[in-house]
Structure formats: C-alpha cells, structure tokens
Design a protein around this ligand. Structure first.
Ligand SMILES: [Zn+2]
Length: 129
C-alpha cells in the first residue's frame, strides 16, 4: 500500500487532477466542433472541475496559513502539519503536534477529536499504573 502523504500536498494533487480532467473534457469537445451546441456543452462541463480546482487552491491557501510549521525530526526539513497528525512533506514521516501522542503508534484516528482523547486517556491510565 502506498504511504499516505502530507495533507496539503494531497489536496493540491487533487486540485491539479481536476484541472487535467477539465482540460481533457474540453479537448474531447474538439471532436464535436461541427456541432456547436455539443462543443459548448463539453466546454461548460470541462469548466466546472477547473473552477472547482481554483476554489480548492484558494481553500488550501487559507488552511495552510493555519497549519503549523515544524522541523521534521527525520529529514530536518521544515514541513506543515494540518490537524493533529500529518505526514512530512519531504520524507513522509508521520508527525504529531500532540506531546501526549509522541512515540505512539501512528494512526489517522488521532485526527478525530474523540478518538484522540481516548488514546491520550488510555496512555495516561497506563502511566499511572
Ligand atoms: Zn521529513
């Protein structure tokens, strides 16, 4: 299984894919250029994913200002973490901003508030023993 990558990079990847889908659809329309209305429909359909990708790019810009920049302990490069756990943009090392979860086995569950709380509680309970 392919390792999941950094969230911001992944979202950007989806946006890029949408642009290609849109351009591909528009390109298909060229085969029907003799029928003006079919050509127009292809152009319109192709425009939708491109517009959507602009919205996604804009949104990524917004959320990346809220992302935490940290130095990756593995490759020592700076990377942005979105949410509580994310992967390094460079080496895909799983990283967390929660001290409590350091050294824990990595799980995307920690992005979900109540599951993260549960994991932290379990860990604290273990330490108290
Ligand atoms: Zn790294």
């Amino acid at each position: 299984m392919k390792k999941p990558g950094n969230k911001i990079l992944r979202i950007r990847g989806y946006a890029l894919a949408l642009i290609f889908i849109g351009m591909g659809t528009m390109y298909l329309g060229v085969f029907f250029r003799e029928y003006q209305w079919v050509f127009s429909i292809f152009l319109l359909i192709g425009l939708l994913p491109i517009l959507l990708s602009f919205v996604i790019y804009f949104w990524v810009g917004l959320i990346s200002t809220r992302a935490v920049t940290v130095q990756c302990p593995n490759c020592e490069k700076h990377t942005k973490i979105l949410g509580h756990v994310d992967f390094c943009q460079h080496c895909k090392e799983p990283l967390t901003i929660d001290k409590e979860l350091e050294g824990e086995e990595f799980s995307l569950d920690y992005n979900v508030e109540h599951r993260r709380k549960k994991a932290i509680d379990e860990k604290n309970a273990e330490n108290e023993k």
